[in-house]
Design a protein around this ligand. Structure first.
Ligand SMILES: Nc1ncnc2c1ncn2[C@@H]1O[C@H](COP(=O)(O)OP(=O)(O)OP(=O)(O)O)[C@@H](O)[C@H]1O
Ligand SMILES: [Mg+2]
Length: 285
Protein backbone atom coordinates (compact mmCIF):
# COMPACT_ATOMS: atom_id res chain seq x y z
CA UNK A 1 0.00 0.00 0.00
CA UNK A 2 1.18 3.49 -0.81
CA UNK A 3 2.05 5.48 2.24
CA UNK A 4 1.19 9.11 2.24
CA UNK A 5 2.86 11.70 4.45
CA UNK A 6 0.38 13.32 6.78
CA UNK A 7 -0.42 16.78 5.48
CA UNK A 8 -0.24 19.78 7.74
CA UNK A 9 -3.77 20.62 8.82
CA UNK A 10 -4.84 23.85 7.21
CA UNK A 11 -7.55 25.85 9.05
CA UNK A 12 -9.81 25.39 6.02
CA UNK A 13 -9.77 21.63 6.46
CA UNK A 14 -11.41 21.89 9.83
CA UNK A 15 -14.49 23.50 8.42
CA UNK A 16 -17.93 22.01 8.52
CA UNK A 17 -19.48 21.51 5.12
CA UNK A 18 -22.48 23.53 4.10
CA UNK A 19 -25.07 20.82 3.57
CA UNK A 20 -27.36 22.61 1.17
CA UNK A 21 -26.95 20.37 -1.85
CA UNK A 22 -30.64 20.39 -2.69
CA UNK A 23 -30.96 24.12 -2.34
CA UNK A 24 -27.67 25.15 -3.90
CA UNK A 25 -28.95 25.67 -7.43
CA UNK A 26 -32.13 27.32 -6.28
CA UNK A 27 -30.30 29.98 -4.35
CA UNK A 28 -29.55 33.12 -6.26
CA UNK A 29 -27.87 36.43 -5.98
CA UNK A 30 -28.50 38.42 -2.83
CA UNK A 31 -29.95 35.57 -0.85
CA UNK A 32 -28.59 33.83 2.20
CA UNK A 33 -26.43 30.84 1.48
CA UNK A 34 -24.20 30.48 4.51
CA UNK A 35 -26.15 29.67 7.64
CA UNK A 36 -25.67 32.57 9.97
CA UNK A 37 -24.41 35.05 7.40
CA UNK A 38 -26.78 37.98 7.18
CA UNK A 39 -26.45 39.87 3.89
CA UNK A 40 -29.83 41.56 3.82
CA UNK A 41 -28.26 44.84 2.83
CA UNK A 42 -26.63 43.19 -0.21
CA UNK A 43 -23.07 43.80 0.98
CA UNK A 44 -20.92 40.79 1.73
CA UNK A 45 -17.87 42.77 2.89
CA UNK A 46 -17.67 46.20 4.49
CA UNK A 47 -14.29 47.77 5.27
CA UNK A 48 -14.28 51.28 6.71
CA UNK A 49 -11.33 53.42 7.76
CA UNK A 50 -8.98 50.40 7.89
CA UNK A 51 -5.37 51.18 8.73
CA UNK A 52 -2.47 48.79 9.22
CA UNK A 53 0.93 50.01 10.40
CA UNK A 54 4.21 48.13 10.28
CA UNK A 55 6.70 49.99 12.48
CA UNK A 56 5.09 53.30 11.65
CA UNK A 57 4.75 52.54 7.91
CA UNK A 58 1.09 52.57 6.85
CA UNK A 59 0.54 49.56 4.61
CA UNK A 60 -3.20 50.36 4.68
CA UNK A 61 -4.33 53.92 5.26
CA UNK A 62 -7.98 54.69 6.13
CA UNK A 63 -9.17 52.28 3.46
CA UNK A 64 -12.87 52.00 2.60
CA UNK A 65 -14.12 49.12 0.48
CA UNK A 66 -17.52 47.51 -0.06
CA UNK A 67 -18.11 44.25 -1.91
CA UNK A 68 -21.62 43.32 -3.00
CA UNK A 69 -23.15 39.87 -2.72
CA UNK A 70 -22.23 37.82 -5.79
CA UNK A 71 -19.85 40.48 -7.09
CA UNK A 72 -16.59 39.77 -8.93
CA UNK A 73 -14.27 42.57 -7.85
CA UNK A 74 -10.74 43.05 -9.15
CA UNK A 75 -8.18 44.85 -7.03
CA UNK A 76 -5.24 46.32 -8.94
CA UNK A 77 -2.39 48.61 -8.00
CA UNK A 78 1.40 48.88 -7.94
CA UNK A 79 3.71 46.62 -5.95
CA UNK A 80 3.49 47.47 -2.27
CA UNK A 81 0.08 49.17 -2.61
CA UNK A 82 -1.33 46.98 0.18
CA UNK A 83 -3.32 44.41 -1.81
CA UNK A 84 -2.04 41.34 0.00
CA UNK A 85 -2.21 43.18 3.34
CA UNK A 86 -5.88 43.84 2.57
CA UNK A 87 -6.47 40.10 2.22
CA UNK A 88 -4.51 39.52 5.44
CA UNK A 89 -6.89 41.87 7.27
CA UNK A 90 -10.01 40.21 5.86
CA UNK A 91 -8.78 36.75 6.86
CA UNK A 92 -7.67 37.79 10.35
CA UNK A 93 -3.97 37.20 9.68
CA UNK A 94 -3.22 40.88 10.31
CA UNK A 95 -5.20 43.03 12.72
CA UNK A 96 -5.98 46.59 11.67
CA UNK A 97 -4.97 49.33 14.09
CA UNK A 98 -8.16 51.23 13.25
CA UNK A 99 -11.34 50.61 11.33
CA UNK A 100 -14.30 48.34 10.92
CA UNK A 101 -14.40 45.07 9.00
CA UNK A 102 -17.73 43.35 8.65
CA UNK A 103 -18.57 40.10 6.86
CA UNK A 104 -22.24 40.35 5.97
CA UNK A 105 -24.23 42.60 8.25
CA UNK A 106 -23.33 41.04 11.55
CA UNK A 107 -19.89 39.36 11.68
CA UNK A 108 -17.13 41.60 13.02
CA UNK A 109 -13.96 40.23 11.39
CA UNK A 110 -11.72 42.23 13.74
CA UNK A 111 -13.00 40.13 16.66
CA UNK A 112 -12.76 36.71 15.00
CA UNK A 113 -9.84 34.30 14.83
CA UNK A 114 -8.45 33.15 11.49
CA UNK A 115 -10.17 29.78 11.92
CA UNK A 116 -13.50 31.39 12.81
CA UNK A 117 -13.28 33.62 9.76
CA UNK A 118 -12.55 30.66 7.49
CA UNK A 119 -15.41 28.71 9.08
CA UNK A 120 -17.80 31.59 8.59
CA UNK A 121 -17.31 31.36 4.82
CA UNK A 122 -14.25 33.27 3.63
CA UNK A 123 -11.87 31.17 1.51
CA UNK A 124 -8.44 32.38 0.50
CA UNK A 125 -6.14 31.27 -2.28
CA UNK A 126 -2.51 32.27 -1.96
CA UNK A 127 -0.35 32.81 -5.00
CA UNK A 128 1.63 29.61 -4.69
CA UNK A 129 -0.46 26.45 -5.07
CA UNK A 130 -0.61 24.49 -1.82
CA UNK A 131 -2.03 21.14 -2.80
CA UNK A 132 -0.91 17.83 -1.30
CA UNK A 133 1.34 16.53 -4.04
CA UNK A 134 1.52 12.95 -2.76
CA UNK A 135 -2.27 12.61 -2.84
CA UNK A 136 -4.48 12.22 -5.89
CA UNK A 137 -6.67 15.03 -7.16
CA UNK A 138 -9.70 13.23 -5.76
CA UNK A 139 -8.05 12.71 -2.37
CA UNK A 140 -7.14 16.39 -2.18
CA UNK A 141 -10.79 17.33 -2.69
CA UNK A 142 -11.89 14.66 -0.20
CA UNK A 143 -9.50 16.03 2.39
CA UNK A 144 -10.71 19.58 1.76
CA UNK A 145 -14.21 18.62 2.86
CA UNK A 146 -13.07 16.62 5.89
CA UNK A 147 -15.18 17.67 8.78
CA UNK A 148 -14.97 17.90 12.53
CA UNK A 149 -15.32 14.24 13.46
CA UNK A 150 -16.87 14.89 16.82
CA UNK A 151 -19.75 16.71 15.19
CA UNK A 152 -20.16 14.93 11.91
CA UNK A 153 -18.96 11.37 12.46
CA UNK A 154 -22.46 10.04 12.97
CA UNK A 155 -23.69 11.74 9.83
CA UNK A 156 -20.85 10.52 7.68
CA UNK A 157 -22.57 7.44 6.28
CA UNK A 158 -25.62 9.42 5.26
CA UNK A 159 -23.52 12.25 3.82
CA UNK A 160 -21.02 10.20 1.90
CA UNK A 161 -23.20 9.97 -1.21
CA UNK A 162 -23.79 13.70 -1.19
CA UNK A 163 -20.13 14.34 -0.54
CA UNK A 164 -19.13 12.17 -3.49
CA UNK A 165 -21.61 14.05 -5.67
CA UNK A 166 -20.12 17.33 -4.51
CA UNK A 167 -16.58 16.15 -5.33
CA UNK A 168 -17.76 15.09 -8.79
CA UNK A 169 -19.45 18.46 -9.25
CA UNK A 170 -16.29 20.35 -8.28
CA UNK A 171 -14.13 18.08 -10.50
CA UNK A 172 -16.35 19.17 -13.39
CA UNK A 173 -16.17 22.85 -12.42
CA UNK A 174 -12.36 22.83 -12.37
CA UNK A 175 -12.17 20.49 -15.39
CA UNK A 176 -10.06 17.85 -13.71
CA UNK A 177 -12.42 14.86 -14.07
CA UNK A 178 -9.97 13.08 -16.38
CA UNK A 179 -7.11 13.62 -13.90
CA UNK A 180 -8.99 12.74 -10.72
CA UNK A 181 -6.82 9.69 -10.00
CA UNK A 182 -3.51 11.37 -10.85
CA UNK A 183 -1.17 12.45 -8.12
CA UNK A 184 -1.50 16.19 -7.63
CA UNK A 185 2.29 16.49 -7.83
CA UNK A 186 2.11 15.44 -11.50
CA UNK A 187 -0.29 18.21 -12.51
CA UNK A 188 0.80 21.31 -14.41
CA UNK A 189 1.17 24.55 -12.45
CA UNK A 190 -2.19 25.77 -13.78
CA UNK A 191 -3.94 22.50 -12.94
CA UNK A 192 -2.60 22.72 -9.39
CA UNK A 193 -4.09 26.20 -9.16
CA UNK A 194 -7.44 24.86 -10.38
CA UNK A 195 -7.25 22.02 -7.86
CA UNK A 196 -6.61 24.47 -5.06
CA UNK A 197 -9.59 26.54 -6.15
CA UNK A 198 -11.59 23.31 -6.15
CA UNK A 199 -10.44 22.61 -2.60
CA UNK A 200 -11.74 26.01 -1.58
CA UNK A 201 -15.03 25.34 -3.35
CA UNK A 202 -15.50 22.15 -1.32
CA UNK A 203 -16.19 24.46 1.63
CA UNK A 204 -18.67 26.47 -0.42
CA UNK A 205 -17.34 29.83 0.78
CA UNK A 206 -19.51 32.91 0.45
CA UNK A 207 -16.46 35.08 -0.29
CA UNK A 208 -13.37 33.93 -2.18
CA UNK A 209 -10.12 35.89 -2.05
CA UNK A 210 -7.66 35.13 -4.85
CA UNK A 211 -4.19 36.68 -4.88
CA UNK A 212 -2.61 36.78 -8.35
CA UNK A 213 -4.33 33.59 -9.53
CA UNK A 214 -3.08 33.59 -13.13
CA UNK A 215 0.60 34.34 -12.43
CA UNK A 216 2.65 31.69 -14.24
CA UNK A 217 -0.31 30.28 -16.16
CA UNK A 218 -0.37 29.57 -19.90
CA UNK A 219 -2.72 31.66 -22.06
CA UNK A 220 -5.18 28.78 -22.27
CA UNK A 221 -5.13 28.30 -18.49
CA UNK A 222 -5.64 32.04 -17.98
CA UNK A 223 -8.60 31.98 -20.36
CA UNK A 224 -10.14 29.07 -18.48
CA UNK A 225 -9.57 30.86 -15.15
CA UNK A 226 -11.51 33.85 -16.50
CA UNK A 227 -14.36 31.58 -17.53
CA UNK A 228 -14.27 29.80 -14.16
CA UNK A 229 -14.37 33.00 -12.11
CA UNK A 230 -17.24 34.41 -14.17
CA UNK A 231 -19.17 31.19 -13.58
CA UNK A 232 -18.48 31.35 -9.80
CA UNK A 233 -19.62 34.98 -9.48
CA UNK A 234 -23.23 35.26 -8.44
CA UNK A 235 -23.04 32.03 -6.47
CA UNK A 236 -20.02 33.40 -4.58
CA UNK A 237 -18.51 36.85 -4.16
CA UNK A 238 -14.94 37.06 -5.48
CA UNK A 239 -12.13 39.47 -4.73
CA UNK A 240 -9.32 38.98 -7.23
CA UNK A 241 -5.93 40.70 -7.01
CA UNK A 242 -4.15 40.63 -10.38
CA UNK A 243 -1.52 42.54 -12.31
CA UNK A 244 -2.49 40.94 -15.66
CA UNK A 245 -4.66 43.66 -17.23
CA UNK A 246 -5.78 41.43 -20.09
CA UNK A 247 -7.16 39.01 -17.53
CA UNK A 248 -8.72 41.79 -15.44
CA UNK A 249 -10.39 43.18 -18.56
CA UNK A 250 -11.83 39.77 -19.39
CA UNK A 251 -13.52 39.28 -16.00
CA UNK A 252 -14.13 42.50 -14.12
CA UNK A 253 -17.12 44.72 -14.22
CA UNK A 254 -15.84 46.61 -11.20
CA UNK A 255 -12.23 47.46 -10.43
CA UNK A 256 -10.67 49.05 -7.35
CA UNK A 257 -7.24 50.66 -7.68
CA UNK A 258 -5.16 50.62 -4.52
CA UNK A 259 -2.24 53.00 -4.01
CA UNK A 260 -0.25 53.58 -0.83
CA UNK A 261 -2.80 51.72 1.25
CA UNK A 262 -5.86 53.64 0.11
CA UNK A 263 -8.41 53.41 -2.68
CA UNK A 264 -7.21 55.67 -5.50
CA UNK A 265 -10.01 54.99 -7.97
CA UNK A 266 -12.96 52.70 -8.48
CA UNK A 267 -15.18 51.93 -11.45
CA UNK A 268 -15.17 49.93 -14.66
CA UNK A 269 -11.74 49.01 -16.03
CA UNK A 270 -12.28 51.58 -18.82
CA UNK A 271 -13.02 54.28 -16.24
CA UNK A 272 -9.99 53.60 -14.07
CA UNK A 273 -7.73 53.18 -17.10
CA UNK A 274 -8.72 56.69 -18.18
CA UNK A 275 -8.02 58.18 -14.74
CA UNK A 276 -4.90 60.35 -14.86
CA UNK A 277 -3.89 59.50 -11.28
CA UNK A 278 -4.13 55.77 -12.06
CA UNK A 279 -2.08 56.19 -15.23
CA UNK A 280 0.55 58.10 -13.29
CA UNK A 281 1.01 55.66 -10.41
CA UNK A 282 0.34 52.36 -12.11
CA UNK A 283 -0.79 51.82 -15.67
CA UNK A 284 1.45 54.36 -17.32
CA UNK A 285 4.67 52.97 -15.96
N1 LIG B 1 4.71 41.92 7.84
C1 LIG B 1 5.15 43.07 7.32
N2 LIG B 1 6.06 43.82 7.99
C2 LIG B 1 6.51 44.98 7.48
N3 LIG B 1 6.09 45.49 6.30
C3 LIG B 1 5.18 44.79 5.60
C4 LIG B 1 4.68 43.55 6.07
N4 LIG B 1 3.76 43.08 5.15
C5 LIG B 1 3.75 43.99 4.17
N5 LIG B 1 4.59 45.01 4.43
C6 LIG B 1 4.80 46.20 3.59
O1 LIG B 1 3.53 46.77 3.33
C7 LIG B 1 3.45 47.23 2.00
C8 LIG B 1 2.27 46.58 1.32
O2 LIG B 1 2.61 45.23 1.03
P1 LIG B 1 1.63 44.25 0.28
O3 LIG B 1 2.30 42.93 0.27
O4 LIG B 1 0.28 44.33 0.87
O5 LIG B 1 1.60 44.88 -1.19
P2 LIG B 1 0.92 44.31 -2.51
O6 LIG B 1 0.01 45.39 -3.01
O7 LIG B 1 0.34 42.98 -2.28
O8 LIG B 1 2.17 44.25 -3.51
P3 LIG B 1 2.52 43.18 -4.68
O9 LIG B 1 1.76 43.65 -5.90
O10 LIG B 1 4.01 43.33 -4.87
O11 LIG B 1 2.13 41.81 -4.24
C9 LIG B 1 4.79 46.94 1.36
O12 LIG B 1 5.57 48.11 1.43
C10 LIG B 1 5.37 45.85 2.22
O13 LIG B 1 6.77 45.90 2.24
MG1 LIG C 1 0.76 41.06 -2.99
Amino acid sequence: MRTVPLPVVHPEFMLEPIIDGAGRDAIGLGQLRQPGLDVRHGTVLTLEDISVSFDGFKALNALNLYIGVGELRCIIGPNGAGKTTLMDVITGKTRPSTGKAWFGDTLDLTRMSEVEIAQSGIGRKFQKPTVFEALTVYENLELAQKTDKSVWASLRARLSGEQRDRIDEVLGTIRLEASQHRLAGLLSHGQKQFLEIGMLLMQDPQLLLLDEPVAGMTDAETAFTAELFKSLAGKHSLMVVEHDMGFVGSIADHVTVLHQGSVLAEGSLEQVQADDRVIEVYLGR
